[in-house]
Design a protein around this ligand. Structure first.
Ligand code: ASP
Length: 406
């Protein structure tokens, strides 16, 4: 097994898991525990990894300009690419109109997806935690990120001897977390085998979700998939190219990361691997990787952003509710905010949809319409979410004069 590189191992595990789950739907479930434990281990390390690497990254950026410049570039990159992603989805869904004339009904027995009680205001307020231990245990990633950024930013302004010691402490812990990460990552193929086998076996119990693909829902799913591919292969490649990074080389080197994101449907679970690969393969400094990637895993979701927009407009079309220009702009803005506010966990984007629906006055039950095809779309959008983060890391590192893939 050692000789085969990790991305091949993962690909084999993915296909093997799918075949296993398909052939043995009843015993497929018995390998699910491997995926379950693997995800638990990833969840276990993600909070300390984010905390220590952001604090260490901020501390090593030093005072003043350097820090502000990198933070501004990162946020600019994230917001800009998310907007481009949304516009791609918006254009496709408006041109193709998958929801018109479909006459889709709400699935029977729909109990009402646990409607997201939060409003956008709650999400914004949630960025400011009042208890760091509560934020760490929930975990409230946006709150943890804010706290880590503040904590790290003030380290360089301490008295020299203190600053030195505290930086070394955080630096050492963040290296330790990366080591632990590396250990857990070795089990990725086994974990992915378990996750995919279980997923496939559940799908074979429920063939209805597959047949639905023939309807307008199938076209909707294809639009989301097409927009994800367009954004990942064309838009981000152009940005990489102008940022001085070879897009093909970068894409190839990130296959393991994308396959893991795809299989786990979780940006957070993929973060340990993406940190490792961006530092090892692309040569991004720990300083920049430690800031851009943990922030990106929570905030930067290109795939989720475009999916939110396409899904809401699809739902409006199915209900026959035309959206005027103001409402469309509202959809774009709320899709952006919802993507930023989505946690990097499976189905987070679906749950956030209720916020946009209520913001533009559409029925929240509309979420049920798209439920059947959400899992494969979640897998694809997560792969794009994480790929977008790695693009930011390499472009920003390059712009700071670092040697990428050299
Ligand atoms: N699963 C996605 C992620 O972790 C979030 C989403 O549901 O869109 O990036």
């Amino acid at each position: 097994m050692k000789k085969i590189s990790l991305h091949w191992q993962i690909l084999i595990a993915l296909l093997g898991g799918a075949i296993w789950g398909w052939l043995f739907p009843t015993i497929g479930e018995y390998v699910g525990w491997m995926g379950f434990i693997f995800l638990k281990m990833l969840k276990l390390i993600v909070v300390p990894l984010v905390f220590f690497s952001i604090v260490a990254g901020m501390a090593s950026m030093g005072k003043g300009l350097n820090l502000g410049r990198i933070a501004l570039k990162t946020m600019g990159f994230y917001l800009g690419t998310m907007l481009l992603a949304i516009l791609t989805g918006l254009i496709l869904v408006i041109l193709i109109k998958p929801g018109l004339g479909g006459g889709m009904k709400l699935p029977e027995g729909f109990e009402g997806l646990q409607a997201q009680q939060k409003t956008l205001g709650d999400i914004l307020l949630g960025i400011f935690p009042d208890n760091i231990f509560k934020a760490l245990s929930e975990p409230n990633m946006l709150g943890i990120i804010l706290f880590s950024i503040l904590l790290g930013a003030f380290i360089p302004s301490l008295e020299e001897s203190y600053a030195q010691k505290i930086s070394t402490f955080f630096e050492a812990f963040s290296s330790l977390m990366l080591k632990l990460t590396l250990f857990i990552i070795r089990f990725t193929p086994l974990g992915i085998f378990g996750i995919i086998a279980q997923l496939t076996s559940q799908q074979t119990h429920n063939p209805e979700s597959l047949t639905r693909l023939g309807s307008g829902l199938g076209i909707y799913a294809m639009i989301v998939a097409g927009a994800i591919l367009f954004h990942g292969l064309i838009t981000l490649s152009i940005i990489l190219y102008f940022g001085g990074v070879d897009p093909i080389q970068h894409f190839r080197n990130m296959t393991t990361v994308m396959l893991t994101a795809f299989s786990t449907s979780s940006s957070n679970a993929t973060l340990p691997l993406s940190m490792e690969e961006v530092i090892q393969k692309a040569g991004v400094s720990k300083k920049i990787a430690s800031f851009t990637l943990p922030l990106g895993a929570t905030v930067n979701m290109n795939g989720t952003a475009l999916y939110e927009c396409v899904a809401v407009i699809f739902i409006a079309q199915v209900y026959g509710i035309p959206l005027n220009l103001t409402q469309t702009i509202m959809v774009v803005i709320t899709a952006l905010l919802a993507a930023i506010g989505s946690a990097g966990i499976p189905m987070a984007g679906l749950v956030m949809m209720s916020i946009i629906l209520s913001a533009v006055g559409l029925p929240i039950e509309g979420i049920a319409l798209i439920l059947a095809v959400d899992r494969p779309l979640d897998m694809m959008r997560t792969a794009l979410n994480v790929y977008g983060d790695t693009c930011a890391a390499v472009v920003i590192a390059k712009s700071e004069g670092e040697k990428i893939y050299g």
